[in-house]
Design a protein. Structure first.
Length: 132
């Protein structure tokens, strides 16, 4: 039960990040000033506080159940489920923020439309003289 709960939580958190990625990349359009990787990074930054707050709210009760269940009550089943939920929430939050988005950028970096989108900001910057 704990594994399925954490799997659902992690998937939902990842979907929120990827929905923001989709929103940011669809706004870019033809005249983009950002590369695909920058759009993904912006999406992660926009959802970072929400993801961390959600995980803290999820970890506090499970950690308290872990401490109360194992220390005060000595209940092995409470300890097992609370440990699975606590560790899973922390790992799920880490993976949805720090692993899923960079992996997505890495997998899409060789697609022609992403390469084309990445070359436009460089050309615009060198033409304007801003960055060389």
């Amino acid at each position: 039960i704990g594994f399925l709960t954490i799997l659902g939580y992690s998937l939902y958190d990842t979907v929120v990040v990827f929905d923001k990625v989709r929103e940011n990349t669809s706004e870019d359009g033809v005249e983009s000033r950002r590369t695909f990787a920058q759009s993904v990074n912006l999406a992660v930054n926009q959802t970072l506080v929400r993801s961390i707050n959600t995980s803290i709210v999820a970890v506090l009760p499970t950690a308290s159940i872990l401490l109360i269940g194992s220390v005060l009550l000595g209940a092995g089943t409470l300890r097992d489920i609370a440990l699975a939920l606590t560790v899973g929430t922390i790992v799920g939050t880490y993976s949805s923020i720090f692993l899923a988005a960079p992996l997505y950028v890495h997998l899409r970096q060789n697609e022609p439309e992403v390469k084309k989108q990445g070359s436009r900001p460089r050309v615009a910057r060198t033409e304007s003289g801003a960055v060389r």
